[in-house]
Unconditional design. Structure first.
Length: 228
């Protein structure tokens, strides 16, 4: 069974558009018997990574000096096979989610190597995470608005020595809803996101065609800017 930990970084938590993107993906995973643990960064109240000494590397390996909600999350992360980071675009990330990501350093083994021109580490032996997936929502028209957040997720995976499983991104996600209801186009996007979850379990990857279907424009650029 696939063990999944998803962290939703939206301050709007279950009521936000990030949840609208994340939920069908998790439902697709769950349809393939994955075990899901969903956490909200704003509810966790995680302190910044601010000891300034890499205490979790140099003094108490694998153990963070700060006693807060991460002490609940760390054991669950160690047992997870898949980490899903979900976020709105906040140039680049909401602060609470950034704190959670920074505190993942305690899960890294400080055995560095030089690979493809970059310095890398890897997860500790007791960490079972095999892949990182990004699920993100944004209000602007173009998919390129997600580039920085995608790079952060890719770098997290690379530093930890595991594959990046793909970026489920939904530009101008607000247009999936009209008058409080999901539009037909929005329903198509939700179905594609659900399919992405199924594919990840069945195929071991999300097909590029599915990712492109999720992020396709719902209106033209001209029509989008005509609304402002």
């Amino acid at each position: 069974m696939l063990n999944v930990i998803a962290i939703n970084g939206s301050p709007n938590m279950e009521k936000g558009r990030t949840a609208m993107v994340l939920s069908p993906f998790l439902e697709g995973l769950e349809a393939q018997d994955a075990d899901i643990g969903l956490y909200y960064a704003s509810r966790l109240k995680v302190k910044p990574c601010s000891c300034g000494k890499l205490h979790c590397w140099n003094t108490t390996p694998g153990e963070c000096i700060f006693q807060d909600s991460m002490q609940i999350l760390y054991p669950k992360l160690r047992k997870a096979n898949l980490l899903v980071i979900a976020t709105p675009i906040y140039i680049p990330l909401p602060g609470d989610l950034q704190n959670v990501i920074n505190r993942l350093v305690a899960l890294l083994e400080p055995e560095i190597r030089f690979e493809d021109g970059r310095t890398r580490a890897h997860f500790r032996d007791d960490v079972q995470i095999e892949k990182v997936v990004l699920a993100a929502s944004g209000g602007w028209w173009e998919k390129e608005n997600f580039d920085t957040v995608i790079r952060i997720a890719e770098e997290l995976a690379a530093v930890a020595g595991i594959p990046f499983g793909g970026a489920i991104i939904r530009p101008h996600s607000q247009l999936m809803i009209k008058d409080g209801k999901m539009t037909p186009q929005g329903q198509d996007v939700v179905q594609a996101i659900h399919r992405a979850g199924v594919e990840l379990v069945e195929l071991g990857e999300i097909r590029q065609e599915t990712l492109e279907e999720i992020r396709q424009p719902l209106i033209s650029q001209e029509d989008y800017f005509g609304r402002w």
